[in-house]
Design a protein around this ligand. Sequence first.
Ligand code: KG4
Ligand code: ZN
Length: 331
Amino acid sequence: MNVLAIETSCDETACAVVSIKHPGEGRAVVLADVIHSQTLHARYGGVVPEIASRAHIEQVVPTARAALATAGIDRPDAVAATAGPGLIGAVLVGLSFAKAAALGWGVPFVAVNHLEGHLLSALLDDPAPAFPFLSLVISGGHTTLYEARGVGDYRVLCETTDDAVGEAFDKVARMLGLGYPGGPRVEQSARTGNPRAINFPMPRPAASPMDLSFSGLKTAVRTRLERHPDSRTEDVAASFQDTVARYLVDRVLQGVALTGIRRVALGGGAAANGHIRDAMVATGLHVFLPPKARCTDNAAMIANVAALHLAAGRVASPLGTSARARWEVSA
Ligand code: KG4
Ligand code: ZN
């Protein structure tokens, strides 16, 4: 069974085709994974939703054609799309296109939660984690540690109460004048910085020891820059990044202690960060890291979720499924 998926939740128009043996819950194999990244937003210092929606409208058909051509198929057996969470106008473009394409081809349509895409993205590569495993999703809008017990069966172990990891990187990049996109630029700057130069406090939200919080760390960076305007940008970037990495490792270790599960997958844009990846590997846990291009937004992870659900016997989604700006993966 070949599944075409469309992902347009933010500023990437992405289309992919995966293949999975049906029935039976085997692994999905990526046949095509095409991404058109919008560069129009750079001069605004962040993603402009209306510009993103319009660019998706222009790009979705050529990107889908390119994915089908690369996969060498004319007609998939199912069409999937991200139905949320994300920028609502942007999500609508891919969702509407996917529904129309499924209807035209007379094949099932599957609505996919973008976060579930990140959560299971490690399953696309070798070696893939066996269930149950822990999955840390660190993206631009979400930061959650899940216990993945099976396809569609997830428990939230801890979650940020304010900013997401990627968002914190983006905000710190702006404070340091590094521009957009923030995450990769902070990482680049940190390469020549000293991670021990500044001792930023590890955030500890009062409500629950398992919660995550990044707004305090962001404020600590701002205060540092106000009090010491001569601080080396590279040192601030490296110290901030190292604090985030140690903090995430701490929460993962708590998750391991709570569940006894030692397989840990990473997903989401900030999982492309080399320092965070290295810190996870250094724990000695069995860590599963998707390739960097599959940490940031892509459609292969969306096709993967749809394929796994269909192979596990889930029925297709109604064509009336609407786009959702917010959508928890376990709901
Ligand atoms: O998963 P993603 O591509 O989109 C969302 O679902 O949000 O994640 C984007 C986020 C951005 O905030 C970006 O700054 C961050 O991931 N990011 C990084 C790196 N690459 C992307 N953060 C830290 N280091 C990176 N190398
Ligand atoms: Zn994402």
